[in-house]
Design a protein around this ligand. Structure first.
Ligand code: HEC
Length: 135
């Protein structure tokens, strides 16, 4: 194969793949997403206490503690569980004795994060195009 043909073949493959990506439907926030003003304040609380240094959201963050994307809806967990962890702490996690207002904002933030999607790779399938789709 001549270099020019090879170049044209690669260009065509590139254009076809780029075009196919633009044919994918736009990603929309799942129904029931609760990104309210309270949750937006909770995001600031999350940042203020640097929870991300030890925890991940959507798999990104520090790896000392577990991913918290879906801690709100996980069986046996939820808001009371989150609050208990903040109040009591555990050996590697310091006690965060937050004022009630901040605790409620933080809980709303984790609720909104939970409603926005899933962090577990097991919840997704990989399509032949290389894109992922929720099961
Ligand atoms: C210094 C690291 C560190 C910081 C900072 C930290 N955590 Fe943790 N957290 C941990 C570790 C480690 C665990 C796991 C403890 C265990 O299961 O024994 C944990 C567990 C948790 C759990 C229970 C998760 C589960 O699925 O069981 C919640 C909820 C939680 N943390 C919330 C928070 C929030 C909210 C903040 C910020 C205010 C925060 N953490 C800051 C280290 C940290």
């Amino acid at each position: 194969m001549k270099p020019l043909h090879f170049f044209l073949l690669l260009s065509l493959a590139f254009l076809t793949f780029s075009f196919s990506i633009y044919l994918q439907p736009a990603i929309e926030a799942p129904a029931g997403s609760t990104d309210t003003a309270l949750a937006a304040q909770g995001r600031l609380v999350w940042q203020k206490y640097n929870c991300q240094s030890c925890h991940q959201l959507y798999g990104l963050g520090g790896y000392l503690g577990p991913d918290l994307t879906n801690v709100y809806s996980a069986p046996g967990k939820g808001e009371a569980y989150i609050r208990a962890f903040l109040k009591a702490g555990v050996a590697p996690m310091p006690v965060f004795d937050l004022p009630e207002e901040e605790a409620a904002q933080l809980a709303a933030f984790l609720k909104a994060a939970d409603a926005s999607g899933s962090a577990s790779p097991r919840d997704f399938i990989i399509l032949p195009t290389g894109m992922t789709k929720r099961k």
